[in-house]
Design a protein around this ligand. Structure first.
Ligand code: NAP
Ligand code: ZN
Length: 335
């Protein structure tokens, strides 16, 4: 079938109409796209910051739409279902990682921008095992960011196996950080939001988290050795040592975003009167996704979004480049 999409032909370019052929495999579903976000990551992909973007690129990896057709072997989805689709599109379902339920580590996985075309389109074909029914309580536009940002931070948080009532820090309160605070608060943890944007204070207060000015963090402003877990969503450089010192013995620092330049830290801080861990988290499993959507529906976790029609996609990308958006910018397909 012929899919109408919008593609960027060269690094840093703008989207133009683009058609591609795609067959509907036995496990695939055809989704009519109603919502697609333009995330910070999309701009990084458009600019080929990680060097693996394939052009022509159809960006968009936080997607909501309606199932229009199902392949012969699709289980659990039918025409008319509202689904969310994220970054990962396929896995082999045979390797050790797939068998243990960690499809996000599958060496044969397919992801948007590297192996497949994304959600800046009227339709997409995706393996039905990577299209997730949205609980009815969730609003389509406000839930679109759950499909990648939400999954990534939820998976990082549950993967940390935090003791009840933990003290947790979130670095960077944007698309990912805003959702991370909501997950943590609803799980009963005490969350400190490290932000360099004073205008976000009221929003952070409203979520019940502690506001910390990250442009002025040092040992006298924040107690050392008190945090069980810190998650960083920063794609800009920061003083990692300062935050490692904030971790309690056995505390964990989880990176879900990568600053363009190398991050340095003092190795001794990992073992100095402590046993601290630095690690990363890459998206999440299908099980995490289903759990995360259920948790979000139950606790009303959602993003704050500006909605623009698909016809304003160029403006949307420019606004994300300039940082002029609330927590996320979502395009709505009005056809
Ligand atoms: N690991 C994964 O699987 C995965 C999945 C999805 C996304 N990501 C990555 O996560 C990163 C964050 O995505 P996002 O959508 O949350 O981006 P975002 O909405 O732009 O948020 C990033 C936050 O970083 C802070 N920040 C930005 N510029 C800064 C500066 N110059 N100095 C200090 N702080 C600054 C801001 O928070 P404050 O204003 O609060 O300081 C900003 O809101 C992206 O790089 C994306 O690629 C990773
Ligand atoms: Zn696999």
């Amino acid at each position: 079938m012929k899919i109408k999409a919008y593609a960027i032909k060269t690094k840093g370019g703008s989207p133009e109409s683009f058609y591609y052929e795609r067959t509907l495999g036995k496990q695939d579903v055809l989704v009519r796209i109603t919502h697609c976000s333009i995330a910070r990551g999309d701009v990084q992909i458009i600019n080929n910051e990680w060097g693996d973007t394939k052009f022509p690129l159809v960006p968009g990896h936080e997607i909501v739409g309606i199932v229009e057709e199902t392949g012969l072997d699709v289980v659990g989805l039918k025409k008319g279902d509202r689904v969310g689709v994220g970054y990962q599109q396929e896995a082999c379902f045979q390797c050790e990682f797939c068998r243990e339920g960690n499809e996000q580590f599958c060496p044969k996985q397919k992801v948007i921008a590297v192996d497949s075309y994304g959600g800046l389109a009227e339709h997409m074909v995706v393996d039905g095992r990577f299209a997730f029914k949205l609980p009815p309580e969730l609003d389509s536009a406000k839930s679109t960011p759950l499909m990648s940002s939400g999954l990534t931070v939820y998976s990082a948080i549950v993967g940390a196996r935090l003791p009840n009532n933990s003290r947790v820090g979130v670095l960077g309160i944007g698309g990912l950080g805003y959702l991370a605070i909501q997950f943590l608060q609803n799980m009963g943890h005490k969350t400190a939001a490290f932000t360099h944007s004073p205008k976000k204070k009221e929003m952070i207060d409203n979520l019940g988290a502690e506001y910390v000015d990250s442009s002025n963090v040092n040992e006298s402003t924040t107690s050392t050795r008190t945090f069980d877990f810190i998650i960083s969503t920063l794609n800009v450089g920061f003083e990692l040592d300062t935050y490692i010192k904030m971790l309690r013995p056995k505390g964990k620092f989880c990176l879900v975003a990568q600053p363009l330049n190398k991050v340095e830290f003092t190795a001794g801080l990992l073992y100095d009167y402590a046993q601290r861990t630095i690690y990363g988290n890459y998206t999440g499993s299908r099980k995490d996704m289903v759990e995360m959507l259920g948790f979000s529906a139950k606790h009303n976790v959602e993003s704050t979004v500006d909605i623009l029609p698909f016809s304003k996609m160029k403006e949307a990308i420019e606004r994300v480049k300039r940082g002029e958006f609330p927590m996320r910018l979502v395009l709505e397909n009005q056809i």
